[in-house]
Each structure stands twice: as structure tokens, then as C-alpha cells.
Ligand binder design. Structure first.
Ligand SMILES: [Fe+2]
Ligand SMILES: [Fe+2]
Length: 268
């Protein structure tokens, strides 16, 4: 099973850039074209939040149009830049989005790897949380299928990474409980996040926890102490490809753009 993970699309109304700088609509269209050209083609696409930049209905029109180009199932969760109600309304035809009455939380049972989507959104906040209700849902959902290999995806990472301004707006509530739930459920093979616009990995509750780069702009790698200003840059846009072979889940990072090559390994 091959899973593509795209993150932090920050889509805008038609013809408008994000942050007065980044042509996110064009960059996301390029990422979608790159996914469709993959051989083998991913079985599913996960969208780990910040689908749009300001949460407005006209931005979700762009999202609906672009994501509908993907022929495989698309599973999305909201990020801090999303607006939960507008997200649920505009993306309701995407599976799982409205299955929970309040949150965008759902489990997909159609594949060898069970996919569990978590909603870490806090209205009008850049940070994320897992409240009691969402944690209880996760606990119950994982307990229902303890023997099935499981892959969790959400927007806000629950761990510190050293980039100060992003750490401040990580999953600030419920992270410890989330980690103990993951630890108690060894069927959880990995957790995939977005939000930090960089490729980052660690171990969380005994599972691989991974952050995908952005498919549009990236966040500057800045590990200085204190609180340096958060900056973005235009490092190459990238996504993750997760390959499950029935025993092991492997994460690849792949660039959207093409570079010189490929060349054969000839002898000198
Ligand atoms: Fe983002
Ligand atoms: Fe975010």
C-alpha cells in the first residue's frame, strides 16, 4: 500500500497569493500533477491540514476544485489556518470529513493499514489540542481494532523540535495523554503530521512520528535559543510517500519539482 501525504497547502481564492508572496494555488496544482505522474500511483492521499490560508468559503472552493483532480481517495484533516465549519461544509464529499458530529475525526477501514484521522484544531488559535472528548474517541477507536496495523495523521505535532516559534504553537494540550494512548496501542506504526513546513522525525510513544514538508512554502530551519522571528523560505516543495509492505512502514520524502537526471550508473 502506498500513501502520499501532502501538507500545508494554504490555498487562496482563485488568482491570489498567500502571505502576499507565495503562489500556493499554483504550487499545489504542481504537487497534484506530480502525484498523478507517480508510478506506482499512491492508493490514497492524506492532506495533513492548513488546506487553506484564511478559512474562507472562496478558499475552500479552490481546495475542492484542486483536490477533486485526484482520482484516488483523499483524506483530509484541518489545521490552524482552516475553519472547521467551512472545512466540513466545503469538503463534505471527502470520506470521513463529516462522520463525527463535531470534529473531523474518523477511521478508514478499507486498506491493509488502518487510517485514523485526528482533529487538532482550536478555533482562532495557531496552536493545537487534543481535548478529553477527542482523546476518548481515539482511545475507543484504537481499542476496537488492536490487531490491525494503524497509521495516525493530524496537523499539529505533539513534540518539541527546537524551532522555537513553531514549538510554541505545537499541540499544546493533550500531548502526554496522546503519547500514552499510542504507547498502549503497539498496532500504531506511525503518526504523520504537518504544520512545521519541514521534514522532521522522532519517536513518540514507541512509534515513528514524522512531519511532512510543505507543498508550497517552507519554514526556515532555525534552532537558535530564545525567540527568533519565524521566517518562511522557498526551499523545494516536497511531500511524503509512505510504503506499507505488510510488515514495515517506510517513509520517503520526494520533491515536487524535477531536477537534472535520471542518469545511468555507468563505469568510469
Ligand atoms: Fe501551515
Ligand atoms: Fe499549521
Amino acid at each position: 500500500m502506498l500513501i502520499a501525504q501532502i501538507s500545508d497547502l494554504h490555498l487562496r481564492p482563485r488568482g491570489m497569493p498567500a502571505i502576499r508572496l507565495v503562489e500556493t494555488n499554483m504550487l499545489v496544482a504542481r504537487a497534484i500533477t506530480a502525484l498523478m505522474a507517480l508510478d506506482p500511483r499512491p492508493d490514497v492521499v492524506l492532506v495533513t491540514g492548513d488546506v487553506v490560508n484564511n478559512g474562507t468559503p472562496d478558499e475552500y472552493e479552490t481546495a475542492q476544485e484542486l483536490l477533486s483532480r485526484l482520482p484516488m481517495p483523499v483524506y483530509a484533516v484541518p489545521g490552524n489556518h482552516d475553519h472547521r465549519e467551512n472545512f466540513r461544509k466545503a469538503l463534505q464529499r471527502f470520506p470521513g470529513v463529516t462522520s463525527h458530529p463535531r470534529f473531523v475525526q474518523y477511521a478508514i477501514e478499507d486498506f491493509p493499514l488502518r487510517l485514523v484521522a485526528l482533529d487538532t484544531h482550536i478555533p482562532r488559535s495557531s496552536a493545537g489540542e487534543m481535548c478529553e472528548e477527542r482523546l476518548a474517541w481515539l482511545d475507543k477507536t484504537l481499542a476496537a481494532e488492536p490487531g490491525k496495523p494503524t497509521f495516525i495523521f493530524a496537523h499539529h505535532p505533539p513534540f518539541l523540535c527546537g524551532i522555537g516559534h513553531m514549538d510554541k504553537i505545537r499541540l499544546i494540550e493533550g500531548g502526554e495523554r496522546l503519547e500514552s494512548i499510542v504507547r498502549a496501542n503497539p498496532q500504531v506504526k506511525a503518526l504523520a503530521f504537518g504544520h512545521h513546513h519541514r521534514p522532521i522525525e522522532t519517536v513518540f510513544g514507541g512509534a515513528l512520528a514524522s512531519i511532512a514538508p510543505g507543498v508550497a512554502h517552507q519554514v526556515e530551519l532555525d534552532l537558535r535559543e530564545g525567540e527568533p522571528e519565524g521566517l518562511l523560505n522557498m526551499e523545494p516543495a516536497a511531500y511524503r510517500l509512505w510504503r506499507w509492505d505488510g510488515e514495515r512502514l517506510v517513509s520517503h520524502m520526494a520533491y515536487v519539482e524535477r531536477f537534472p537526471g535520471p542518469f545511468p550508473f555507468v563505469e568510469d
